[in-house]
Design a protein around this ligand. Structure first.
Ligand code: MTE
Ligand code: MO
Length: 222
């Protein structure tokens, strides 16, 4: 890959889109690093285990049957199977989980494809402003495009160097560490880029539309 790039006199398409996003300042909402004393958001307590929370259905999807659709307002819609996912640039990110039910869990090591790398591949069209995530259990959740593009956001297939378990959303889930954990869709099946927002399961059932734990955006009136 590096060889190809060295022979290209022009910036690649990927570099060009990164430069454009940087110019537009679209994706500059990344969380600054916080001093340890301010690491836990208000109203949260720390746990050492990892609770399982969902609608109760745990779909079984084998890695060799798994497919992810990425479509909507993008220049290059794609369908990824497992082999294709593994050919994408792989990242490792360490982040904290903050669940709206008030537990937080520090230092989770995720491996997978960074949402920024995904964006470089599918290239959202100008009108794309929201991202709607669909799980195999029928769950949905919505994000503004700039949240989806957060620096530490990742489509994770591994946790602490092990395959992500079924109950935690394996084969692949989203991890969106700067928002409450309900935004981190498990059993990812489809990612839809859209011009208009489409509140998901919890967002239409009383949770906040954005869910920033630092602002305690728990419920729709917060
Ligand atoms: N597909 C899907 N994703 C989901 C959910 C769900 O029911 N289905 N629940 C959300 C909620 S409310 C939380 S708190 C987290 C829980 O993730 P965990 O079970 O890995 O702790 O997953 C989120 N993602
Ligand atoms: Mo939750």
């Amino acid at each position: 890959m590096t060889d190809d790039r060295e022979q290209l006199p022009e910036p690649t398409k990927l570099t060009a889109s990164k430069q454009r996003w940087a110019r537009e300042g679209r994706f500059l909402t990344g969380q600054p690093s916080r001093p340890e004393a301010e690491r836990l958001p208000p109203g949260q307590h720390l746990v050492r285990d990892w609770p399982v929370l969902d609608l109760g259905r745990h779909p079984s999807i084998a890695r060799d049957e798994w497919k992810l659709l990425i479509l909507g307002a993008v220049q290059n819609p794609v369908v990824w199977d497992w082999a294709t996912l593994m050919r994408q640039p792989q990242s490792r990110k360490i982040s904290d989980i903050h669940c709206v039910t008030s537990w937080s869990r520090y230092d989770n090591a995720w491996e997978g494809v960074a949402t920024r790398d995904l964006l470089d591949i599918v290239m959202p069209r100008g009108e794309a402003r929201f991202v709607i995530l669909h799980g195999h259990d029928g769950y949905t959740t919505n994000l503004p495009l700039e949240d989806f593009a957060a620096e530490d956001a990742i489509l994770a297939h591994s946790w602490q160097d092990r395959p992500l378990s079924k109950e935690h959303g394996g084969p692949v889930r989203l991890i969106m560490p700067h928002l409450y954990f309900w935004k981190s869709a498990k059993w990812l099946q489809r990612i839809d880029f859209a011009a208009t927002d489409e509140p998901g399961f919890w967002e239409v059932n009383g949770y906040h539309n954005r869910g920033d734990p630092w602002r305690e955006q728990r419920y729709s009136g917060d």
